[in-house]
Structures are given as structure tokens and as C-alpha cells.
Design a protein around this ligand. Structure first.
Ligand SMILES: [Zn+2]
Length: 306
């Protein structure tokens, strides 16, 4: 089991696909938490952090984010309110958060939410931070999010990977027609990770894992399939965004979906650009795709998580 390889001052709260995992790094010099989950489940995030495996009753010195998507920053405001702690985000993300760029942060544009928070420090790729008495190299990890960072500790060979690498895949990538740099950056980031000596990966979602080579192989295969077909990237993106919204809302009325897909920017734009279907066809197709993939089911007029 991976946690055996993790030092005792590091604890991972494994969450789900709506909320990213939290990494707690404890030190007499001040505790640090990485990533805060989705806003809907901020009360659970606070409860976990206050538990004995988290911070207990102790203060929090810094809240840090791997990248600024809603499932990683949704609890930031609540944590900052409770602990009065400063927040550090990757340098490339800081301006987006400062101006609360709804589209770049994929919030209302993707029908997602996060409470607004203040950035106190920008984390710069190439620098080293000491969190939990461990040295962490901050490495640029563009792809799923062009401003993302991963955190690497050479001593214990731990990689905190955010959504740049999961045991089975990585966070959805924008098609080349939308963000030409995203897919090449995804490949380059995986190559950068492959060149590191890593014994355990703490991903943004899912349990920590040790078979890094197999995970990289799967990730490279996915990149290859995406490189061969940008329609496939677009299909994958709208599917995972809708699956995420289903986890958030728990159910969406099937009859409302055509109007919903015309109203929510990312579906409207992707349909216009990649699929070019009438709204009702697009809705029927996407519902079918989600049901076939096992991520959702239709029941009593609603689309629900499977
Ligand atoms: Zn995520």
C-alpha cells in the first residue's frame, strides 16, 4: 500500500471526483494543506482537516493549490475564513484568480462554482518550498491546466501530481482548436514526470499509487489516441464536464438538457465547433455517451450519476 512509503508528517485525505484529494503536511514551522476540494463539500473538507489525522485544533500556515479548477479551489474561501491562513496558487493562475476570470477558471462557463478567495502568494516553477519539513521542487505541469504545478520531493521520491497524472489517465485536455498548446504540453509534462525518480504518486483524485511506470504508459497511450483525433478530445471533455456536474447536482431533468447545453458556454461552444448537432440531438447523443460509459443512468425523467 502506498501510504507506507509516505513520511509520517504527510497525510492524504482521499476524496472523490467532485472534490480533489487534500494533502496535509505538518511541521513545527507551520502546517500546509494542498488543494481544498469542491465548494459543495467544503463542510466535509473542514471536518476532515479538523480531525486528528488532519490539523486537529492546530493552526494552518498555508493553503496551496496545484491548479485553480473548481474541484481543487472550492474550499479555499472556507478554509481561509476558518484558519485565517494565506493562500498560494501557481504563478500562471494567480492573475485569473485575482480578476476571477470565470471562463479561464472554467466556472460558470462549465456550470461549476467556487467561492472567490484572495491570492497571497504566487508559486513559481523551478523554485523549492519547504512544507512539512520536506523540500518540494515546484515543476511546471501544463496540459490539463496550462498554469498547473506538480510538487516533487526527491528525498522520498514523492510526486504530488494534481491532475497531470492519475493512476488511470489525467484531467481532460482542451482540443487543439481551442488551446493549441494543451496536448503538446500534456505530452511534455508526462515526459518530464517520466524523467523523475518517483516511488509514489499522490494524485489529485484516487489513492496514492506506486506503479508509476504503468500509469505513465496508460497516460501516453491516451495522449496518442488524442493526438490522432481531436474530435475524441472534444467528446472526452464534454463527457467528463457533464459527469462532474452530475456529481455536483445529483440529477438533471432530461427535458431541460437541450436548453441547458445551449445556455452553458462550454457545451454551446463545443457543439458549434466540433459536433454541429441541433440541441436536442446533441443532448440525446451526450446522454447516450455518458450512459454507455457507465458514468450516468436515466431514471424517471432524470439523468443521474450511475
Ligand atoms: Zn481535479
Amino acid at each position: 500500500m502506498a501510504p507506507k512509503r509516505l513520511p509520517p508528517q504527510l497525510h492524504v485525505f482521499v476524496r472523490d471526483w467532485l472534490s480533489a484529494n487534500h494533502v496535509v503536511l505538518k511541521s513545527r514551522d507551520g502546517h500546509v494543506v494542498i488543494d481544498s476540494g469542491y465548494v459543495r463539500h467544503a463542510p466535509l473538507t473542514l471536518a476532515l482537516l479538523a480531525s486528528p489525522r488532519g490539523l486537529g485544533a492546530e493552526p494552518l500556515a498555508w493553503l496551496v493549490n496545484t491548479h485553480c479548477h473548481s474541484d481543487h479551489i472550492g474550499g479555499n474561501a472556507a478554509i481561509a475564513r476558518k484558519y485565517g491562513c494565506p493562500i498560494a496558487v501557481p504563478e500562471g493562475e494567480a492573475p485569473l484568480v485575482e480578476r476571477w476570470d470565470d471562463r479561464a477558471l472554467l466556472l460558470a462557463y462549465a456550470d461549476q462554482r467556487a467561492d472567490r478567495f484572495r491570492v497571497d502568494r504566487a508559486l513559481v516553477a523551478g523554485t523549492t518550498q519547504v512544507w512539512g519539513d520536506l523540500e518540494w521542487r515546484l515543476l511546471a505541469a501544463p496540459g490539463h491546466d496550462m498554469g498547473a504545478l506538480v510538487f516533487y520531493n526527491p528525498e522520498h521520491r514523492i510526486l504530488i501530481s494534481g491532475d497531470a497524472l492519475w493512476e488511470h489517465g489525467f484531467g481532460f485536455v482542451m482540443p487543439p482548436e481551442i488551446e493549441p498548446a494543451a496536448l503538446p504540453a500534456t505530452r511534455a509534462t508526462l515526459e518530464k514526470i517520466a524523467a523523475l525518480d518517483v516511488s509514489v504518486v499522490i494524485p489529485g483524485h484516487g489513492e496514492p499509487f506506486v506503479d508509476v511506470e504503468a500509469a505513465l504508459e496508460r497516460a501516453f497511450r491516451r495522449v496518442e489516441s488524442f493526438e490522432a483525433d481531436s474530435q475524441r478530445i472534444a467528446r472526452h471533455a464534454v463527457k467528463v464536464i457533464l459527469a462532474f456536474t452530475l456529481l455536483d447536482r445529483q440529477r438533471l431533468p432530461l427535458d431541460d438538457l437541450p436548453e441547458y447545453f445551449e445556455r452553458v458556454g462550454i457545451y454551446r461552444d463545443f457543439n458549434a465547433r466540433f459536433f454541429r448537432r441541433p440541441a436536442s440531438d446533441f443532448a440525446a447523443w451526450l446522454v447516450g455517451e455518458l450512459a454507455r460509459s457507465g458514468a450516468a443512468r436515466c431514471e424517471a425523467g432524470y439523468l443521474m450519476p450511475a
